[in-house]
Structures are given as C-alpha cells and as structure tokens.
Design a protein around this ligand. Structure first.
Ligand SMILES: O=C(O)[C@@H](CO)OP(=O)(O)O
Length: 249
C-alpha cells in the first residue's frame, strides 16, 4: 500500500477579499500562516516523514509548504516547483469579486464558472496585463501551454501528466510525498485519482490548509481519503470555500 498527502495553501489575501485569484500571485493572510503551521503540526502527528515535496510557482502554496516543513524541522527536504501545479487560470475573472460577479452575470453562471467540469471562464487576450508571458517565470512556456482561462478539464490536462511523470514514480519508489497546491489544481488531481464523475465534481470543495491523506493500492487507486483534523472545523472550512461570502475569523 502507498500513501500520499495533498494540502491546499492557507487562506490568501484574495480568498479573504473574495476575489477570483487563479495565477495572481497573492500572499497568505496572517490567518493563512496560522493555518499552514497547524497543517504542519497535524502532519507531525502522523507516522509519515516527508521525503520530497512538490508545489506550484505561486507564493501562497510555496509559503504554506515552507511553514509545514518548518513545523516538522524538515526545511532541508527537496522541493520541486512547477507551474503545472498552479491554480486553474481564471482568465478575465481574475481580480473580480465573486459576489459582484454573481450580481452581474447571475449565481448560476458563477457556479458554472467556479465548479463545472468543462465551462471555461471569460478569457484574457495576449494584450491583457494578466497575460502569463508578461511574467518572467512563464517566459519559456509555449503558446500552446500558456493559458488564457482554464476550465477544470483544461487544468486536468496539465496537472495529471505532471503527476504521472514526476510524482507517481516517487510514490512508487516508496518515498513519502507531500503535494501543496491549490483548490482547483487539487480538484483536478482528485477527480482523476478517485474517478469522480463530471456532475459529482461540482460538489467537491477543498478546505484551506487541511492535509488530505490518501492510502493507495498498488495501482494507486485510493483505498481511503482522510481530511486530517477536527471534523467540525474541516466541515466549516469546506462550507466557506463553497460559499466564500461567509469568511470565518
Ligand atoms: O479564486 C480562485 O482561484 C479559486 C481558489 O481560491 O476560487 P474558487 O474556489 O472560486 O474556484
């Protein structure tokens, strides 16, 4: 049997402001830092010493990972960063407030943009200041790889090949892998891992900084999925992600 741990970053500034974030490189809030440290403590209690970690090239995930490693005195562990684990690119929605967007386009449209499998957001153009090639870290990506606005399906098309090529071999080598990523890049991975249907995926919301422990069989099919920590607290956090107007203190 294999194991892997996935963690979404702690609360970010734009989670708090209820704005579509995507590839915008916003920082953690103070609460997000506390959540990340707590995630590190939860992992410390497990018989799972991390050998290698994977994260995105966005600071909310990178910092969450660092706080987790620090809480475990494991800052020396090798870390691989890739844009392929970035949040889903939210196109022209990036920066907009989610409630205001619902008032303008309707709740149902926003629900489709946020949670459906294959409805992409409004796209940006190459002239937009949010165009990823304006950012040096994405300078080497091909035009095909550069997103202008991704659906969950588009996100799966970049996350899952990275998972298979880079992460699976480490798990199969018996290493303890930690992946720190984002709400929708993790939904993409979990949809495929658990074979969740296109309709059912709408209901999957990933809480901030809650370690998700998978036990996997020899073919890496999940035997168990556990959200670590106090059950009520985890459910409250899931509810906030589903309805982000209700931010908790
Ligand atoms: O704004 C985003 O990038 C994501 C994650 O924070 O939001 P949502 O939960 O609406 O997909």
């Amino acid at each position: 049997m294999y194991k892997v741990v996935l963690v979404r970053h702690g609360e970010s500034e734009w989670n708090r402001e209820n704005r579509f974030t995507g590839w915008t490189d916003v920082d953690l809030t103070e609460k997000g830092v506390r959540e990340a440290i707590k995630a590190g403590e939860l992992l410390k209690a497990l018989p799972y010493e991390i050998d290698i970690a994977f994260t995105s090239v966005l600071k909310r995930a990178i910092k969450t990972l660092d706080y987790i490693l620090e809480a475990n005195d494991l800052l020396w562990v090798p870390v691989r960063k890739s844009w392929k684990l970035n949040e889903r690119h939210y196109g022209a929605l990036q920066g907009l407030n989610k409630d205001e967007t619902a008032q303008k386009y309707g709740e149902e449209q926003v629900r489709l943009w946020r949670r459906s499998y294959d409805v992409p957001p409004l796209k940006i153009t190459a002239e937009d200041e949010r165009y990823p090639k304006n950012d040096r870290r994405y300078g080497k990506l091909t035009d095909q790889e550069i997103p202008l606005g991704e659906s969950l399906k588009d996100t799966i098309a970049r996350v899952v090949p990275y998972w298979e090529a880079e992460i699976v071999p480490r798990i199969k080598a018996g290493e303890h892998v930690l992946v720190v990523a984002h709400g929708n890049s993790l939904r993409a991975l979990m949809k495929v891992l658990e074979n969740i249907g296109d309709e059912e995926i709408v209901d999957l919301n990933i809480p901030t900084a809650v370690p998700i422990l998978y036990e996997l069989d020899d073919d890496l099919k999940p035997l168990n999925r556990t959200f670590l920590g106090d059950r009520e607290r985890v459910q409250e956090k899931i509810d906030v992600v589903a309805n982000p107007s209700k931010i908790m203190e």
